[in-house]
Design a protein around this ligand. Structure first.
Ligand code: FAD
Length: 437
């Protein structure tokens, strides 16, 4: 659904912000203090709400300059002030219903928020610092009990609790339905044993949205059965829970972890929805996450391209700006068109997802969201790689940021689903080719 008038909660938040003298909110023109003014992305066609979200998020991001993100990356230090700033203005609840204290906006606006964050210079680190709080809370909001909604959701929106998302396992990989972490029933809840990997923000999160088996794979008729979803406490002092940080290539400000469970007790009231219905519940949010990741990739790509085009204007070699050479300008122009095309695919997918009135088949939404994630991630990679090359040696220097963007742009290519699995999906579901795996 395309909304024509501003959501009242958002309007009131913007009214509060607009009393601040720093950045007047002007529809259609976002201003970043952290990088060059955002003039590359074509802004026509966005809704009033998307543009308003972009302006408000740009305003918050402008307090976190690129040097902040460079330092956080180098020191592997959590950007907790950034998380707190977004929580303070209620943005973590952007896509949660107003009845639960959220802004009641859609994935079209949440995607714009995530894009604006990465594009500001915060990169994937900024996005990942809040990603699970925006996305993994969706199943909880939809299927949670009144008690869960009242206690957990407000504390995530106001930033008191951070959450992480626990799906991937070391021995299962993309074959999610084979995951082995088992939650066994006890007299007052469940006991969890197993291992997760790559869990972002587990070091700083109080909660984890956990996907685990409640019926062993051998005992279910279909592999989609027997999984359950929980919202659990991450009590690091409790025996049975262990975390190990993974050293990684990019986005080093946010932690990624192996998480080990050994008879870790969780109460009954941590179960979200019905036992063994976890896959259905999680499926519901997967398309939304594809859109958010696509937005994050786009932001990173445009940020890199803005830096590159500026550098290509400024840097003079052989008596002329390097951007006067078509060998420099054409790859950047090509990267721009790829980003613009991916932008249209992304916001088209988000719009289909938000339509929500049954008029768009689930299959069409799935194809659009997966395609958008694929195209945006590839376009971002092209832009980031070319931005580094356009900077010559300086592309390799931390100070120019593009090396950080290049390191980070691999995340949307790999997660939450890889490029290859999206190609498999489109081959099978759209082209009708035999399933390859
Ligand atoms: C920085 C980062 C943050 C992450 N954060 C989280 C998080 O917070 N929570 C979480 O649960 N997970 C997280 N992940 C995990 C991520 O979702 C997985 O890494 C991703 O789903 C890929 O799974 P895998 O690493 O096990 O790859 P594998 O399944 O081992 O695949 C390896 C390679 O083989 C290819 N491949 C496998 N099977 C096929 C096939 N049939 N056809 C063609 N190619 C195939 C894949 O495409 C891939 O290129 C994160 C990952 C990263 C890198």
């Amino acid at each position: 659904m395309i909304r024509s008038s501003l959501n009242p909660l958002l309007r009131s938040r913007l009214a509060v912000q607009s009393t601040r003298p720093v950045t007047p909110l002007r529809l259609g023109r976002a201003t970043f203090a952290t990088s060059a003014p955002c003039k590359l992305m074509e802004m026509t066609g966005f809704t009033e709400e998307q543009i308003t979200v972009r302006d408000a998020i740009s305003h918050i991001c402008s307090k976190f300059p690129n040097t902040y993100w460079q330092e956080r990356d180098q020191q592997e230090k959590d950007p907790k002030e950034f998380h707190a700033a977004l929580a303070k203005d209620g943005w973590l609840g952007i896509a949660l219903p107003e009845s639960l204290g959220g802004a009641g906006l859609g994935i079209s606006e949440a995607t714009m928020m995530m894009q604006t964050i990465t594009q500001s210079g915060a990169g994937m680190a900024g996005a990942q610092a809040i990603h699970a709080n925006v996305y993994a809370t969706q199943p909880l909001a939809k299927f949670g009990t009144p008690e869960q909604l009242e206690t957990i959701i407000p504390n995530i929106i106001n930033g008191t609790w951070r959450t992480c998302f626990g799906v991937t396992e070391p021995n299962t990989g993309l074959e999610t339905l084979k995951l082995k972490t088992l939650a066994t029933r006890t007299s007052d809840g469940y006991s969890v044993s197993g291992q997760k990997i790559w869990i972002t923000c587990a070091q700083v999160a109080s909660k984890m949205i956990l996907l685990a088996r409640t019926t062993p794979l051998e005992e279910v008729k279909k592999s989609t059965e027997g999984l359950s979803i929980f919202c659990i406490d991450l009590d690091r002092d409790h025996p049975g829970l262990d975390l190990a940080k993974i050293k990684k290539m990019g986005g080093r400000a946010v932690d990624a972890n192996e998480v080990f469970f050994e008879n870790y007790p969780i109460p009954q009231n941590t179960l979200i929805g019905q036992e063994n219905d976890g896959f259905k519940i999680i499926l519901h949010g997967m398309n939304a996450e594809r859109c958010l990741l696509a937005g994050e990739a786009l932001g990173l790509g445009y940020a890199a391209l803005e830096k590159a085009s500026q550098y290509a204007k400024d840097r003079v070699v052989f008596g002329r700006p390097i951007g006067q050479n078509q060998g420099v300008s054409h790859p950047l122009a090509d990267a721009y068109m790829k980003l613009e095309a991916a932008k249209h695919a992304t916001y088209h997918a988000a719009r289909l997802y938000d339509t929500n009135d049954g008029s768009v088949p689930f299959h069409a939404i799935g194809v659009a969201c997966n395609s958008a994630k694929y195209l945006a991630a590839e376009a971002a990679f092209t832009a980031c790689e070319r931005a580094v090359l356009a900077h010559g040696g300086m592309g390799y220097a931390m100070e120019y940021d593009v090396e950080r963007y290049l390191r980070e742009c691999f995340v949307p290519r790999i997660a939450p689903v890889s490029r290859e699995m999206i190609l498999n999906y489109v081959s099978e579901k759209v082209l009708g080719l035999p399933r390859s795996y």
